[in-house]
Design a protein around this ligand. Sequence first.
Ligand code: SAH
Ligand code: AVI
Length: 325
Amino acid sequence: MPNLARIRATRPLERVPNPGMLAEVAAGLAAPQKELSPKYFYDQRGSELFEAITRLPEYYPTRTERALLEGWMPELMAQLGTRTLIELGAGNAEKSRIILDAMRATGLAELYVPIDVSATFLSLTAAQLRREYPGLTVEPAIADISVELNLPRRMPRPALFAFLGGTIGNFYPPAAIRLLARVRAAMEPGDRFLMGVDLRKDIARIEAAYNDSQGVTAEFNRNMLLVLNHELGADFDPAAFEHRAFYDTVAHRIEMHLVSSRDQVVEIPGLGPVAFTAGESIRTEISAKYDRASVSALFDAAGLRIEAWPIDPATPFGLVVGAPA
Ligand code: SAH
Ligand code: AVI
């Protein structure tokens, strides 16, 4: 059982500085369905809570993806001769080590570029990787990948761009296409794109993964309010919001919400009072689930083609290998 008390309180300045945050939050809270971007989950505490989620019995994506990577990376890295690994939303880079090990086995591994919005967590991840892989250059990039990738100027090729964990599902389709197109634009001939996608499956299984019995996902969800309090000086009371996660069978996605448990007014400096009625919610995340056709549509729109599609049929989750179209 994860010990939530050991995941210490949120502190400021642990994320990429974001001068546009107030305007973005203002627009999201002015919409008829209040909405905030899931990137605001991730300060140091949010990253640690996500790490705890990946170890929950109900949360199948991480361990399923890990097994797929273990099965496929040695052969894929030998085939591609990858020199640089660039990873979007790297987090603790736990599964990235499977790719890095396979790169190291070919003797060609030179550079690892983990990109993340969670600045402190990213620098701890990078320091740890430098210790574990002495011959590898690790150049972390702090960036909001919905805006830019912030890549180093020189990267030995061929490169592998990786986007693991099913994080693509946290982007609405237009933003997902823009993001993949940004990756495509950074690719050179011979580079490849590796993406983890959570696939459609039994709804009860998906809903259980976002409503864990230990309440870690609920705490992760509420962490967004602490991030807003620390970064914007807001006065959200996280205890006055309940976690709700449900599957939308038409849009094929989980939606996570924070539901106001009473009528309340929250003060956000520079924005003023924001009123919530009892039962009103903020949508904090979508997590879309795909099939081959929906991934193909995203790739087509971004100028990529699917080159390989290994999946785990027992717990449907896929690894997509993409190349420039
Ligand atoms: N790839 C890891 C972590 C997934 S959690 C895994 O598979 O386990 C999602 C990660 O993406 C977090 O580390 C979070 O900080 C990062 N992230 C979320 N939105 C982001 C954004 N807009 N820009 C950059 N990083 C982002
Ligand atoms: C990071 N991302 C892929 C996770 C997901 O499953 O959509 C975030 C998460 N939200 C709740 N649990 C995990």
